[in-house]
Design a protein around this ligand. Sequence first.
Ligand code: PRP
Ligand code: URA
Length: 208
Amino acid sequence: MKPMIVDHPLLQHKISLLRNKQTGTKEFRDLVSEIATLLCYEATRDLPTEEVEIETPIATAKTKVLAGRKLALVPILRAGMGMLDGMLTLIPAAKVGFIGLYRDETTLQPVEYFCKLPEDIAERDVLVLDPMLATGGSATDAISQIKKRGAKRIKFIGLIAAPEGIEALHNAHPDVDIYVAALDDHLNENGYIVPGLGDAGDRIYGTK
Ligand code: PRP
Ligand code: URA
């Protein structure tokens, strides 16, 4: 599947607010969570349903419920954590795993420092969360870790991607569907997305 650029007007509006350097930490964090909820809606569009019969106050209705597909959410620390609550708003029963990675500032290569995944991850549909897909190194590495534990159905959910990141992730993991709210122009010489929104982790947690 081609990367899905989810360009709903509500998402575009909220992404514009995120990009603005005047947006403060609290508003930024709230927006990341709201955008994650909207992306979750789109990324779960293909969940299987099954028909059930229920009694309404008026009559019997043949209607649909989720067919019980098991889900796992895996935020990439730190910035991916900002998306977790927004995703859980719509899929509260999902199990949650964590992968800790940071980009080495010089080499831009991901350095892994933590990995804790649900024991039954192999049986679950996995949604990997990270606001930024820049070189694609972090997402590619995280997904390799998840595949090593046996997971087969994986989607990547992000806020903003660079073309370089989409290409790298797709080349490494062509089976992984990519959902983002914006596809930006390019990476700068420091590996930041242009125009992007700056350092997502720092803006969510107010560390700079
Ligand atoms: C950011 C972002 C991604 C990564 C994207 O994390 O949240 O994980 O960079 O870049 P890439 O596609 O080039 O790998 P960062 O390394 O700044 O760590 P943080 O979330 O702890 O701030
Ligand atoms: N990580 C970020 O947080 N922002 C970028 O633009 C690139 C990587």
